[in-house]
Design a binder for this molecule. Structure first.
Ligand SMILES: *[C@@H]1O[C@H](CO)[C@@H](O)[C@H](O)[C@H]1NC(C)=O
Ligand SMILES: *[C@@H]1O[C@H](CO)[C@@H](O)[C@H](O)[C@H]1NC(C)=O
Length: 288
């Protein structure tokens, strides 16, 4: 064999080795897997942004309790650190699919270890979740912390590669008391974690229509919590505001002041003002 022939053989061999080691190290790719299922785009983005996707891909045996886009509102308002903690509580370090959950003995509680437990920052039982197969057949999850409620129901299976990765859909985020900084130490009655979820940060001081133009503050507030490169999915509130602002600015050369003057003038006319004012108004209007 010629030297160059041997060289290419070595190249080919090492290419084969590289390829096979690549397939060995990543048995699956959660980003690609979830990407096939519409409705989980935000959850998928969160997994990537918090680097949890890489952690999932490193595992051999894992279950992801996925949250559909419309169940993430509470989490989207939190800081990325808290998001990562909460999402890692949805990653179970074992393989569970629908069949396995349904085989759990009715009304008994099973404790599952999550990725949050392996993060090293979990206190008490924060890193564990309980699952209960209720007698009515529903399967519900909650934090294993004392007093924490079973808040989240298993909805259905999204994807699975037995017995390595299972992705399931659940109805609500599972949040361990204390994860979001709202909880301090045991002894206290359980905090309000779940109940207040739906519409917390909608503090809009509804200003009367008249004063709206200088509404830069709501605009600045709205996007602040989410990173600048956040995708578009939640634009509705923010997008509306700027639109109004721009419109207001464009038309502002004339509008607010002039309109006030006009209506004031009209009122005065109606209340029987002098001809001079009428003339003044006429010339004023003509001047525009
Ligand atoms: C998984 O897929 C995403 C998107 O294609 C890619 O960016 C990432 O590097 C992949 N991760 C692994 C471990 O292959
Ligand atoms: C799937 O999991 C089993 C045991 O958990 C492991 O031995 C196997 O290597 C995994 N398969 C892949 C493709 O990683």
């Amino acid at each position: 064999m010629s030297p160059s022939g041997a060289g290419s053989l070595i190249l080919i061999l090492s290419a084969v080795l590289l390829l096979s080691s690549a397939t060995i190290t990543s048995a699956f790719n959660i980003t690609i897997l979830l990407g096939r299922y519409p409705g989980f785009e935000q959850f998928n983005q969160l997994l990537s942004r918090t680097q949890l996707a890489e952690e999932i891909n490193r595992r051999r045996t894992i279950t992801v309790l996925g949250l559909p886009n419309d169940r993430l509102a509470t989490i989207m308002q939190m800081t990325e650190d808290v998001q990562k903690s909460i999402l890692s509580l949805h990653i179970v370090l074992d393989y569970y699919d629908m069949i396995k959950f349904n085989k759990l003995a009715p009304a008994s509680k099973t404790t599952l270890t999550t990725l949050y437990q392996s993060s090293g920052v979990a206190n008490d039982k924060q890193g564990f979740i309980d699952v209960v197969h209720r007698r009515d057949g529903t399967i519900v999850f909650g934090s294993s912390m004392p007093g924490a409620p079973l808040v989240s129901a298993l909805v259905n299976s999204v994807a699975s590669q037995p017995f390595n990765i299972s992705v399931l859909s659940v109805s609500q985020p599972i949040i361990a008391p204390g994860m979001d900084g709202s909880w301090v130490e045991p002894a206290a009655p359980p905090p309000p974690p779940k109940a207040a979820a739906p519409v917390p940060a909608v503090k809009e001081p509804p200003p009367p229509e008249a004063e709206e133009p200088v509404a830069d503050e709501p605009t600045a507030d709205a996007p602040a919590p989410s990173p600048a490169d956040a995708p578009a999915p939640a634009p509705s509130p923010a997008a509306d505001a700027p639109a109004e602002d721009e419109a207001g600015e464009d038309a502002s050369d004339q509008d607010p002041e002039e309109n006030k003057k006009k209506s004031a003038a009209v009122k005065q006319v109606v209340s029987g003002m002098t001809v001079g004012l009428v003339i003044g108004l006429a010339s004023f209007l003509a001047g525009q």
